[in-house]
Design a protein around this ligand. Sequence first.
Ligand code: ATP
Ligand SMILES: Nc1ccn([C@@H]2O[C@H](COP(=O)(O)O)[C@@H](O)[C@H]2O)c(=O)n1
Length: 231
Amino acid sequence: MENGAARTAPAVIVAIDGPSGTGKSSTSKAVAAQLGLSYLDTGAQYRAITWWMVSNGIDTDDAHAVAAAADKPEILSGTDPARPTITVDGVDVSGPIRTQEVTSRVSAVSAVPEIRTRITELQRTIAASAGTGIVVEGRDIGTTVLPDADLKIFLTASPEARAARRSGELKGADVHTTREALIRRDAADSSRKASPLAKAGDAVEVDTTDLTLPQVIECVVTLVEEKRAGK
Ligand SMILES: Nc1ncnc2c1ncn2[C@@H]1O[C@H](COP(=O)(O)OP(=O)(O)OP(=O)(O)O)[C@@H](O)[C@H]1O
Ligand SMILES: Nc1ccn([C@@H]2O[C@H](COP(=O)(O)O)[C@@H](O)[C@H]2O)c(=O)n1
């Protein structure tokens, strides 16, 4: 190597999209940690802005009211995969954004174009400043946020598998109710006009229904390494 310079792997941008409960967060975090990349949970950003709307008495079904407040909260995401953080106006909201109330309102808020413009800008800024590269997970990363990503993955799984995973997580939540709620949220996210949940034409689809989490992680790590080797 010339001048004895150390060879470093080129920065890599990985977009992981898919419906709820397909394993995007668990997979993205583990892949980023294993490969020394940053990690961004974009769902947490939409949840954070939804939490702020609810906390400030804004009717989340009133798109005009939501749009008018879109620029007000300051949202900060920490991108260390070992310890991802999310704050709103300096307050740690990692717990409150996972409540049932936020989950049931987030699709309405994230469908508002002014919200998407604001959050997409944040996401692009974070991705552009990630030194070694980043794994960004969400619903429209490969299609809209980072259309030039080096690698795009679209995770899927049957509604039954996703509901079973989620109800295990929610300690005994009814699988049928969980399944219906997942399907409703996916339908809202897929049918909105502004940047809906969709698979990018050049994304690799991975059906995780019959795969364990370690198998999915290994599959994605291999795909990233292949991309890096060919870069
Ligand atoms: N392949 C898998 N096999 C079994 N369980 C899994 C698998 N992948 C993820 N899980 C589990 O399923 C649950 C949901 O996973 P995760 O939160 O990563 O999904 P997600 O796609 O990010 O969901 P959401 O979009 O709703 O945030 C977690 O409890 C996770 O441990
Ligand atoms: N790129 C994205 C990511 C998320 N959303 C919206 O946020 C909701 C919560 O996402 P989780 O991953 O935390 O479940 C999701 O249902 C979408 O409404 C989005 O629009 N775009």
